[in-house]
Design a protein around this ligand. Structure first.
Ligand code: ADP
Length: 573
């Protein structure tokens, strides 16, 4: 595994390699990947011969050790260890009763203990101050229960591997919506929750017409208050501008693409938003490292290796489908819901780096057309691969109730999803997900031990060398600012290619999200970065545009706005 960078080794050592009681690693990075490949290939036994197991073990090991593909962190951590929870993403239902709420909290604790992230929609809970018949008292409402969940997550350190990640959602017609919107900036700080407002098309239409909007008590189904849609919206945009929260999830857009709508409507996503799921469903993810699919066709000219990409997509879909069969789910309810639809999410990482290698600036129409071409290719190949697996292994159990019935066999109700790849992109030593480069030099804070890892983008160094540019003076400037757009010694094209997230306008961020979303079954996790001088009006405009253009959700992040910025531009000595 000479391909592994120093940062990758550090992370593997700290969190992924199996350790003995004294904290010494019991495996090398190669052995880790072999453990994962062997375990995932075991699923072949259920469907075929021992020969299949060996063949797929080799194939899976090959694509992981080459860093062409990596599964989500939980699979790397847990496969073959006896813990066996391999999915990163869960959605749990929250019912309107004290025992229901605490049953869910218990389950969330079990999921988080093994490294999974949980999403919840709290909208079924009666509002604060509402009547409780059993005690004759008054309910404390969804917002206070979110605080309980946050407090619990803080104390579940997930076996020292990760702190809890949660998504808390409240629908825009809930009477406690104003309190929810202010949750991130008022009172004690929430540490482990992303917040999103569940938005309906009818709200967006009310907003366009500047109409009144009813807040409805979910217990009685009756309106308790009317508010101006514009007032609610302005408050929401202001809070997002201040803290990056809440984001939005567009529930009607999500359900229009729900392949098993007859089973139920989707009300929530996992923590980073890339997987809308039914209550109790989970989803396991994996991502293709796009930088491994560039080939040189003539001296100097590079293009995408579509053939190799197609083959890797097919193998990755098989890998992720296998993971479902060897997964040990944390409860019977989660096992039942997850295996009924067999959802998986194949995505990409290294998109920004790929564009640089192909000489295409991120903020350009060429990048957007390549994004669409690339993701439609991956989506089509994923669909075909899952359909073939449907013939080979049988379609997912709810298939007869799905949009695929009766014409197309299908193994997995969904197949693609663009995850943030926060950790696995560091393991693969590439840019994360479909995000632009955040900075050319940065320090990354390890949330667990507070240590900082320092990095200068290796691709930047490589390209400087190949262009025979004088390194010394340029690097000093890059190190102090994290960017190169102001460095006059660099050719214009070079500066254009290496533009960083904050030097790319929010519109271009959104256009990339939409281009990938068009061809992704689940959703796209994307942060739209806003410069620090952007206004509440900018957030307002972006949020509206996101809905109009068909995003399933949106999150903005204003530079230096929030309190959880883990990446710092420039290395400060
Ligand atoms: P990775 O790179 O570690 O595989 P991602 O950054 O792609 O993970 O995140 C994928 C999903 O994993 C998230 O949407 C979330 O559901 C879950 N996840 C990420 N970080 C955490 C965390 N610290 N704790 C629990 N779940 C997490």
């Amino acid at each position: 595994m000479e391909l592994l960078s120093e940062n990758a080794r550090k992370i593997l050592q700290e969190r992924y390699l199996i350790k003995d009681a004294a904290g010494r690693s019991k495996e090398t990075p190669e052995e880790l990947l072999l453990r994962v490949a062997k375990t995932v290939a075991q699923a072949e036994k259920k469907y075929g011969s021992q020969q299949g197991v060996e063949k797929w073990e080799r194939e899976f090991f090959g694509m992981m050790s080459n860093l062409d593909f990596l599964p989500n962190s939980t699979t790397l951590m847990n496969a073959g260890t006896g813990y066996g929870q391999l999915s990163s993403c869960f959605v749990l239902p929250v019912k309107d009763s004290l025992s229901g709420i605490f049953q869910t909290l218990r389950l969330a604790a079990l999921v988080q203990q093994k490294g999974g992230g949980t999403g919840f929609n709290f909208s079924e809970l009666r509002p604060s101050g509402d009547h409780i018949s059993q005690s004759g008292g008054q309910s404390s409402g969804p917002v206070s229960f979110i605080r309980v969940f946050d407090f619990a997550a803080e104390h579940i350190r997930q076996g020292g591997k990760r702190r809890g990640a949660n998504m808390g959602i409240l629908n825009v017609d809930h009477p406690d919506i104003f309190e929810f919107i202010r949750l991130r900036t008022e009172g004690k700080r929430l540490k482990n929750f992303n917040l999103s407002v569940g938005i309906s098309d009818s709200f967006m239409k009310a907003l366009e017409a500047n109409a009144d909007w009813n807040l409805i008590n979910p217990r009685t189904g009756k309106s308790v208050r009317m508010v101006k849609s514009g007032v609610l919206w302005s408050e929401l945009c202001e809070q997002a501008w201040l803290s990056g929260n809440p984001g939005l999830i567009f529930l009607d857009t999500i359900n229009a693409a729900n392949p098993v709508i007859s089973i139920g409507e989707i009300a929530a996503t996992n923590p980073c938003g890339e997987v809308p799921l039914l209550p109790n469903e989970s989803c396991n993810l994996g991502s293709i490292n796009l930088t491994k699919f560039v080939k040189t066709v003539e001296a100097e000219r590079t293009e995408l290796d579509w053939k190799k990409l197609g083959e890797t997509v097919e193998k990755s879909i098989r890998f992720l489908d296998n993971v479902l069969d060897i997964n040990k789910f944390p409860s019977e309810s989660i096992s039942k819901a997850s295996l009924a639809n067999r959802k998986i999410g194949l995505g990409v990482m290294g998109w920004a780096e790929l564009l640089i290698r192909l000489g295409i600036p991120y903020a350009s129409v060429d990048a957007i057309s390549l994004a669409e071409r690339l993701m439609s290719f991956i989506q089509e190949k994923s669909l075909k691969a899952s359909s073939r697996l449907g013939i080979e292994r049988g379609s997912f159990p709810n298939w007869e109730k799905s949009v695929f019935f009766p014409d197309q066999p299908m193994r997995n109700a969904t197949r693609t999803s663009i995850a943030p790849t926060g950790t696995i992109s560091i393991l693969a030593d590439t840019s994360s997900s479909v995000e632009p480069l955040f900075a050319l030099a940065f320090q990354r804070k390890n949330v667990l031990n507070g240590e900082t890892l320092q990095t200068i983008n290796p691709l930047f160094l490589e390209m400087l060398k190949s262009e025979r540019l004088a390194e010394g003076k340029i690097l000093d400037q890059v190190i102090s600012s994290g960017t190169c757009t102001h460095i006059k010694e660099l050719p214009g094209k070079f500066r254009e290619l290496f533009r960083t997230a904050l030097e790319i306008s929010p519109e271009w961020h959104l256009r990339h999200q939409i281009a990938f979303q068009k061809f992704t079954d689940n959703a796209v996790s994307k942060t739209v970065n806003l410069p620090s001088d952007s206004t509440i009006g900018d957030v307002d405009q972006l949020y509206r545009q996101a809905w109009e253009l068909g995003a399933k959700g949106i999150t903005v992040f204003r530079n230096e706005a929030g309190d959880q910025q883990l990446l710092y531009r420039g290395i400060k000595s």
